[in-house]
Design a protein around this ligand. Structure first.
Ligand code: ATP
Ligand code: MG
Length: 314
């Protein structure tokens, strides 16, 4: 695949770098060793995975004219992602996330996003012809929380792709506390209406429906009209819900080094599977392997696998 190929799968949103603690249980409120920058951002991880899985990928976003921007853009370019629609601005820095891990597996973040270049993404960056040519537009819930204009860009991209006959995949990884008091329902509503594939974790499915039971929550999302809901369950794999069935699909046993990015890699695997014409169960099996391999390396994008590695384990 080359950059010249028309992207069949488009992502949009934050391209950022991540800097993380080397040691567990060392919070970010005191000096200590850090490692990074690693290229990151949910849409960037997704786009990298799409390209490594062999489908033409593109990304729309904004970075600063700085080394962090170069770090993430050059990584995407080397994977074969079309970055011609990434805008570089001189007056805002590339977004950064600092991450500390606790021994119990929890992650603590300090973000510099709201005042970063990523916050400048606006509907003007979403060129209708470019988006209308895509088979899929993927939206990450995190992008809805970066800024108002970032959110509007997602709505425009999703609506444009759908109107042109394409499909929308939506990972509702939205943190309510980052929405500035706005109700989650109203922010994610337009994407729930437009998406063909919803890719939640259990707590996200519950958050979207108010139903504590994750499977009930996914069933009610299907009843609402979403054709496929793929529930991500970490090391336990995933469960696909459609109007006709609910199928548990186990993952691969791996040694987890860094869970960051597994969800985005799974999303990419699932979309590539659907593009192959596979049924949701086979797409989920492929996506599980993509997610499992992604957690075996430190850094959000360092474990993104290539299609041959995934097929060998199917
Ligand atoms: P994040 O938001 O941290 O990126 P997520 O909560 O959206 O992740 P997970 O359920 O953690 O998503 O991971 C996505 C998929 O990756 C899982 O459904 C599973 O298939 C695979 N996966 C993740 N962690 C593991 C693991 N430790 N072992 C095997 N497979 C895993
Ligand atoms: Mg997630």
């Amino acid at each position: 695949m080359t950059e010249a190929a028309a992207p069949r799968v488009l992502a949009l949103g934050e391209l950022l770098v991540e800097v993380m603690r080397k040691e567990l249980d060392l919070p970010l409120d005191r000096p200590g060793e850090l490692v990074g920058p690693f290229p990151s951002g949910a849409p960037a991880i997704f786009a990298s995975a799409i390209a490594r899985l062999g489908a033409p990928a593109g990304i729309i976003g904004v970075v600063g004219a700085d080394d962090f921007g170069d770090c993430v853009v050059s990584r995407l370019r080397s994977d074969g992602v079309d970055t011609t629609h990434v805008r570089v601005v001189a007056d805002h820095p590339t977004g950064v996330a600092f991450v500390a891990y606790s021994g119990d597996g929890r992650r603590h973040f300090v973000y510099n996003l709201a005042t970063s270049a990523a916050s400048l993404l606006s509907p003007g960056d979403v060129l209708p012809d470019y988006v209308a040519a895509a088979a899929f537009v993927h939206v990450a819930g995190s992008t809805l929380a970066v800024s108002r204009s970032s959110r509007e860009s997602c709505y425009k991209a999703a609506a444009t792709c759908k109107a042109a006959g394409g499909r929308v995949s939506f990972d509702p990884n939205v943190r309510p506390e980052l929405l500035g008091g706005e109700p989650v329902d109203s922010v994610v509503g337009p994407l729930l209406e437009l998406c063909s594939v919803l890719l939640p974790s259990g707590p996200e499915a519950s958050m979207l429906t108010g139903q504590a039971d994750e499977a009930d929550a996914c069933r009610s999302l299907v009843e609402r009209g979403i054709p496929i809901v793929a529930l991500k369950r970490g090391r336990d794999g995933s469960t696909v819900f459609t109007a006709d069935e609910c199928i548990d699909v186990p993952s691969l046993a791996v040694t987890e080094v860094d869970p960051t990015g597994a969800g985005d890699c799974y999303d990419a695997g699932f979309v590539v599977g659907l593009l192959q014409g596979w049924d949701p169960e086979r797409a989920a099996r492929f996506a599980n392997v993509v997610g499992a391999l992604s957690v075996t390396r430190q850094g959000p994008m360092e474990g993104v696998p290539y299609v041959a590695e995934v097929m060998a384990l199917m």
